[in-house]
Design a protein around this ligand. Structure first.
Ligand code: GLV
Ligand code: MN
Ligand code: MN
Length: 478
C-alpha cells in the first residue's frame, strides 16, 4: 500500500482539525504508518502471547471465551460448494479426486481463502494450505480435511472440516484476536481413495509416508494417472514436501455412523481411527457358453468372487465387533448375461481397531480365497491398495476436545472412528485429535448424508475454542 493511501488517510482534512487533534494525530501517525505500511491488515501484526484469556475481549467488546462461529455463513458455504458436482434430485455431490468437478470445488475454496487474506501454498500432490499471516515463526495450529467425495457423496463428509476451519479463521479475524500462533486450514488431495487408492493419499504424502514420485505414478480405477490429472487441473504446486509440521492438528468431521444420534450426544471426542486394509483380488478362469458348459466343468471366477464376498461377511461376524468387512467393487469380464466370466476383479475392505485381529482377518481371507480359486480351477492374484495400522490420538488433545465441548454445554462421548481421515496421517507428526458431529440415520457415502445445523454449529464452535486454546498456549501439553 500504499504510501499514497496512507498519506491520504493522514493528510485529508488535516487543516480542519483542532490543534489538540493535530497533536494526537502527529503522535499516532508514525505508529499507524508502521502498521499500515506492512501491507497487512491489523490482525496480521506480530502475534502476541495472551496471558489472561478469560479477560481478553474481541474488537466488539465481547469476551473471547464467548466468541462463536456464524452458522449461516458456514451453511451458505457448504451449500455453495455442494452445488459443484451436485447429484440431481439429491442433496449430495460427486467430486471424485482430480476431476473437473474437484478442480471447480478447489477454485471456489481457494477464492474464499484468498478473500480472507490468508497465505496460500500448494504442494506437489495438490494439498492446499491457507495460513493467517504472522511475523513470527511459530508453527500454526492446523485444521482441515478434504473436499473430494466418493461418486455418491454427501455434502458434509470432509467439506465440513475444511469450511468450518475457514469459518473459525474468519471468526478470529473479525474478532481481532491476537494469538501466539497463527491458525491454518488445509484441504488434502484424494482423501477418499475412490478414484486413486490409497485413501488419505494427500495427507500421507504431506507427512512423508509416501514419496511424491511414487504418488504421482498411481493409476486410478479409471486408468488415469495422478500426476497427469494434477497437472491437468492446475494443482501440481511447488510447496515443499513433506509439509510443514504444525503445532497441533484438529479435524472436525461428521461421524458417518449412528452412535452419537442413537445415544443423543452432540459431540464425539475421537480417540483414534481403526486400522484399514484394502485389497484388490483378480481371478482368471475360462470364459464359456452359459448354456452348454456343464457345472462340473466350469472354471468360473464369478462364482469364486461371490464365495469370497459371502465369506468375509461371515468372517467379520465370527471375529465380532468392531471387525467389519466389505466387498464394495466387483467387475466381471465380459459381463454378459449368457457368458461364464473370463475374469472377476473385486475389492475387499477390512477394518478393526485391533491390529492383531485385523491381521488375523487378512490371513483368514487370503487362505480362503486361495483355496476357493484352486477348487474352481481359477488363478488368483492379490494387490494391496491401502494398509494403515490403527492410530491413537494424543490423549491430552482428546481431553481438551472433551472439556471444550462440556464447557460449551454439549454432551460429549469418547469414541473411535470407523472411517479413515486425514487426521490419522497428521497424527504421525504432531499432536492430533478429531471432533465428530452426529450423522442423521448414521448415513454417509450416500447423497442422503445429513447433519442438522445446530449440530454443525456445535461442532464448529468446539473446533473454534479447541484451536484458540492451542493457539494461545505454548503446547497442548501445558
Ligand atoms: C474414507 O472415507 C474411508 O474411510 O474409506
Ligand atoms: Mn471424510
Ligand atoms: Mn468419505
Amino acid at each position: 500500500m500504499e504510501t499514497a493511501r496512507i498519506s491520504t488517510v493522514f493528510c485529508k482534512k488535516r487543516k480542519d482539525r483542532s490543534p489538540c487533534a493535530q497533536r494526537v494525530v502527529r503522535l499516532a501517525e508514525p505508529l499507524l504508518r508502521t502498521v499500515l505500511s506492512g501491507v497487512r491488515p491489523f490482525w496480521a501484526r506480530p502475534l502476541l502471547f495472551v496471558k489472561k484469556w478469560a479477560t481478553v475481549t474481541t474488537v466488539n467488546g465481547t469476551r473471547a471465551a464467548d466468541l462463536r462461529i456464524d452458522i449461516s455463513r458456514l451453511g451458505q458455504r457448504l451449500a455453495d460448494l455442494a452445488a459443484i458436482g451436485a447429484i440431481e434430485g439429491t442433496e449430495g455431490c460427486a467430486r471424485l479426486a482430480l476431476t473437473d468437478e474437484d478442480q471447480q470445488g478447489r477454485d471456489l475454496v481457494v477464492t474464499w481463502m484468498r478473500d480472507l487474506g490468508l497465505e496460500l501454498s500448494i504442494d506437489g500432490i495438490g494439498n492446499v494450505t491457507a495460513v493467517m499471516p504472522s511475523d513470527g515463526n511459530a508453527p500454526p495450529v492446523m485444521t482441515g480435511s478434504h473436499i473430494d467425495t466418493v461418486a455418491t457423496g454427501g455434502r458434509y463428509d470432509g467439506n465440513l472440516g475444511v469450511l468450518a476451519g475457514l469459518e473459525v479463521i474468519e471468526t478470529v479475524i473479525a474478532a481481532g484476536l491476537e494469538l501466539e500462533r497463527p491458525l491454518a486450514v488445509s484441504f488434502f488431495t484424494d482423501e477418499e481413495g475412490a478414484r486413486f487408492p490409497p485413501d488419505m493419499l494427500g495427507s500421507l504424502v504431506y507427512v512423508g509416508g509416501m514419496g511424491i514420485e511414487q504418488a504421482l505414478e498411481i493409476e486410478g480405477f479409471d486408468g488415469a494417472r495422478v500426476g497427469d490429472e494434477l497437472a491437468r487441473i492446475g494443482y501440481a504446486g511447488s510447496a515443499p514436501l513433506p509439509g510443514r509440521v504444525p503445532h497441533a492438528f484438529v479435524e472436525l468431521h461428521v461421524e458417518q455412523g449412528p452412535v452419537l444420534e442413537v445415544e443423543g450426544v452432540t459431540v464425539g471426542a475421537v480417540e483414534g481411527v481403526q486400522g484399514i486394509s484394502w485389497q484388490e483380488v483378480t481371478l482368471t478362469g475360462q470364459s464359456n457358453h452359459a448354456g452348454t458348459t456343464p457345472m462340473h466343468l466350469r472354471k468360473d471366477p464369478g462364482f469364486v468372487a461371490a464365495s469370497c464376498a459371502a465369506y468375509v461377511r461371515e468372517l467379520a461376524l465370527k471375529l465380532g465387533k468392531p471387525q467389519v468387512a466389505t466387498v464394495g467393487r466387483v467387475e466381471f469380464r465380459p459381463n454378459l448375461v449368457n457368458v461364464v466370466p473370463a475374469t472377476a476383479t473385486f475389492t475387499v475392505d477390512l477394518r478393526n481397531t485391533d491390529e492383531r485381529v485385523l491381521a488375523e482377518a487378512e490371513q483368514a481371507f487370503h487362505d480362503f480365497a486361495i483355496k476357493a480359486a484352486a477348487d474352481e480351477g481359477c488363478s488368483i492374484s492379490f494387490e494391496s491398495l491401502a494398509r494403515f495400522e490403527p492410530v491413537s490420538f494424543d490423549e491430552s488433545l482428546v481431553s481438551m476436545v472433551e472439556s471444550v465441548a462440556s464447557e460449551l454445554g454439549h454432551g460429549v462421548k469418547r469414541m473411535p472412528s470407523g472411517a479413515g481421515h486425514d487426521a490419522q496421517m497428521l497424527a504421525r507428526v504432531c499432536p492430533t485429535a478429531m471432533i465428530f458431529t452426529p450423522s442423521v440415520n448414521g448415513l454417509s457415502h450416500n447423497p442422503a448424508e445429513y447433519t442438522a445445523p445446530d449440530d454443525l454449529e456445535a461442532g464448529a464452535n468446539v473446533l473454534l475454542h479447541t484451536m484458540l486454546r492451542l493457539a494461545k498456549e505454548g503446547s497442548p501439553h501445558d
